[in-house]
Design a protein around this ligand. Structure first.
Ligand code: ADP
Ligand code: MG
Length: 695
């Protein structure tokens, strides 16, 4: 393997198109292609042939097991492995894998989160093969990407609704394309390229911090003398140890057919980013899950720990995930690429206006798609977009839209244009890509949704984004299909849309306080935290939209809402309990010890007649802080107990935010202050400097 080139080993662990073409009889290969493209079910005989070929291929590559790999609502993936072996005469084994095993699995669903669904159905579930995402080998198992449903039909995972939402966009976008005279496209795909941020810390320090081990973030920690203020880390030269990790990671990802493309240092010390080449949403979601998993595993091989938490360190930039998103048709057009002819421009502007309307009308849904306890630390903290959803389209496009709205000519640097008659000049990507503060930015031929947290699955955001856009395109198509004069109807539709929805467009600095004021005037919702955002999910108008496209039923949305709120409460509770544990078992005892040794020194000095004023005042400071910490511990404990008495999931989550979280902050402030006056030798856990500057 040592001398193999990337081209030789890329995708070597994937049962991809090349392998299928090679190993499947032609009629079987064609049947699989049909299933992949049209979603038709595979004939059982055909499934048997595919399964057998998959097994042979996997076994040749050292695999012993297969697993249905799925994405329950935990946010991480799940797998249960079965060996290919079955007993044969004379104590021997046969290696078998049937079409039935490929197509359907039956994991016990009862231990996965199902929200309110638990009450309404017997918790039995099955997994169903998703042939649109290739099977692969990892750790000697054949992984089969699957969707996860209950026996009564409720969706229990993140993949099924994503596939449904992609279908919805395809159907509705094709209606629009037909209106523009397109007869060649038969399918429209949404594409995603998620940029993934992460931190690397030395495992030897990580292992000494209970908070990192249990919660993924530091719950205590005084500010280091140097943070990110010198701005010397972003795009900086990559340290050897990190570079070795990145190379190893790239190779693992490439073997799995994941197009890991860009890697660089991020803003904060010890923070980095990886971006893949974009692909179809469903595959991008699968690949992002694998990327996060392999980041963690590969880091361990290098004595490092990869932190995917949104805010591992207070006062230092946190990590996000940028969801680059576009729509393209299978006749080769990126529908968000401004075109080269007047007709193309109008088509582009139609899609653009649909997205503007969708983001404006459904902003709370997009906001809640990025809501989590971890991400609450980032949004609105001047390092990531605010909690207000707005859109950036760049000044050039804004002028185009304004010209369209007012029926005026658009004046560019080179000429004057009549929109809809002349072809607009090509938009330069660099003019649209400069705003880093917008949650939803047009970047030349795609949108970049920047609110997502680094640990989030990208599914929820893309399900919502796709469904919103499908809804708007369907409204547009309904209106335009009825029109006698298409051009006149289109123009009036676009002008009306711009008039009614341009408040969502904001090209200025999204991090400024003025914007929050302005957003309020515009009536844009500011859903500050998870507990403000998540309950919006069940609004009747949102529910009916999801039901219209069969993405979710009302019950499924209610269950997801409950899971998100329940999860929030659990995360805060775990963090609070971890803080209590650390304070009681580590910080208070350390403080007592320090106090004692200072007091001993003060006494000794007194006996010798040496001035001990410093020791006395030092000991008093430590003592005062320790009493404060002890009181804060009691206060936090009371809040945790109170929260445990609340039955209602939403009320409990809200209490965790308003009371438990606040009590956690009060405790932290005191412990962090104590850390600044105690010698590092006496401090029981590694400091921010140890964690951030030693890799
Ligand atoms: P930046 O840091 O400037 O935002 P990057 O190169 O880091 O840019 O990331 C851009 C991401 O956008 C990449 O993952 C890229 O593959 C993705 N991307 C490019 N074109 C599309 C598209 N049509 N659809 C979805 N994602 C895209
Ligand atoms: Mg970026």
């Amino acid at each position: 393997m040592a001398n193999e080139t990337v081209a030789e080993y890329f995708g070597c662990n994937v049962f991809n198109d090349v392998v299928m073409r090679e190993r499947l009889p032609k009629y079987v290969y064609k049947a699989v292609l049909r299933t992949k493209q049209l979603g038709t079910a595979l004939d059982p005989d055909v499934a048997d042939v595919v399964a057998n070929a998959m097994k042979d291929w996997a076994v040749e590559r050292g695999a012993t097991h297969f697993t249905h790999w799925f994405q329950p609502m935990t946010g991480v993936t799940a797998e249960k492995h079965d060996a290919f072996i079955s007993p044969a005469p004379h104590g021997r084994v046969l290696l078998e894998f049937s079409g039935k095993e490929l197509v359907k699995g039956e994991p016990d669903a009862s231990s996965f989160p199902s929200g309110g669904l638990r009450a309404t159905f017997e918790a039995r579930g099955y997994t169903a093969w998703d042939p649109t995402s290739d099977a692969f080998i990892k750790d000697d198992s054949l992984y089969i990407p699957t969707a996860f449903c209950s026996y009564t039909g409720e969706v229990l995972d993140k993949k099924t609704p994503l596939l449904r939402s992609m279908e919805a966009v395809s159907t509705q976008a094709l209606r629009i394309l037909r209106l523009f005279g397109n007869t060649t496209a038969t399918r429209v795909m949404t594409t995603v390229g998620p940029e993934q941020e992460y931190f690397l810390v030395d495992k030897k320090y990580y292992d000494q911090r209970e908070d990192l081990i249990i919660t993924g973030r530091t719950l205590f920690g005084a500010k280091p003398p140097k943070g990110q203020e010198l701005e010397d880390h972003y795009f900086g030269n990559i340290k050897q140890r990190v570079s070795d990790f990145m190379k190893d990671l790239d190779k693992e990802l490439w073997k799995l057919g994941i197009y890991a493309k860009t890697k660089h240092n991020e803003v904060a010390p010890s923070q980095h980013e990886l971006a893949p080449v974009f692909t179809t949403s469903n595959i991008a979601a699968d690949h992002n899950q694998l990327t996060m998993e392999l980041m963690k595993k590969t880091a361990l091989k290098h004595g490092l720990v990869c932190l995917l938490h949104e805010k591992p360190f207070a006062g230092i930039n946190g990590s996000g995930k940028h969801n680059n998103w576009s729509i393209s048709s299978n006749d080769g057009q990126n529908l968000l690429d401004p075109g080269a002819t007047p007709l193309d421009n109008m088509q582009f502007l139609t899609f653009l206006c649909a997205i503007i309307k969708g983001v404006h009308e459904y902003a709370p849904l997009l906001r809640l798609s990025a809501a989590s306890a971890g991400n609450d630390h980032r949004l609105g903290a001047n390092e990531a977009p605010p909690a207000v959803v707005s859109m950036f389209i760049g000044s050039e496009l804004e002028e185009v839209i304004e010209a369209l709205e007012k029926g005026k000519k658009y004046v560019s640097s080179t000429a004057e244009f009549d929109i809809g008659v002349d072809a607009l000049p090509n938009f330069k990507k660099d003019t649209t890509d400069r705003n880093r503060t917008s949650p939803f930015a047009f970047t030349g031929n795609k949108f970049e949704f920047r609110m997502l947290g680094s640990a989030d699955s990208i599914s929820c955001t893309n399900i919502i984004l796709n469904t919103i856009v499908a809804e708007e395109l369907s409204q547009f198509a309904d209106e335009l299909e009825k029109a006698d004069d298409f051009n006149a109807a289109l123009k009036s539709l676009l002008v009306r849309t711009i008039k009614e929805h341009k408040q969502i467009i904001f090209n200025g600095n999204g991090y400024s306080d003025e914007w929050l004021e302005e957003a309020k005037r515009r009536g844009l919702p500011n859903l500050v935290s998870t507990v403000d955002a998540v309950p919006e999910y069940t609004k009747p108008e949102y529910v009916s939209m999801f039901e219209k496209f069969k993405v979710y039923t009302k019950v499924e949305i209610e269950s997801r809402t409950e899971i998100l709120l329940e999860n929030y409460g659990k995360v805060i509770t775990i963090e609070a309990l971890t803080m209590l544990d650390m304070a009681k078992k580590q910080f208070i005892p350390a403080a007592v010890k320090v106090s004692k040794s200072i007091c001993d020194a003060a006494l000794a000095k007194k006996e010798l007649g040496v001035d001990n004023a410093f020791d006395v005042s030092y000991a008093s400071r430590v003592s005062a802080l320790t009493s404060g910490i002890s009181e804060a511990v009691n206060a936090l404990e009371e809040k945790v107990i109170a929260s445990q008495g609340i039955e209602d999931v939403e009320a409990k989550a809200k209490f965790c935010r308003s009371d438990v979280f606040v009590a956690m902050q009060s405790l932290r402030v005191l412990v962090d202050e104590l850390e600044t006056i105690v010698s590092s030798e006496d401090w029981p856990v590694p400091s921010y400097t140890d964690l951030l500057f030693t890799v």
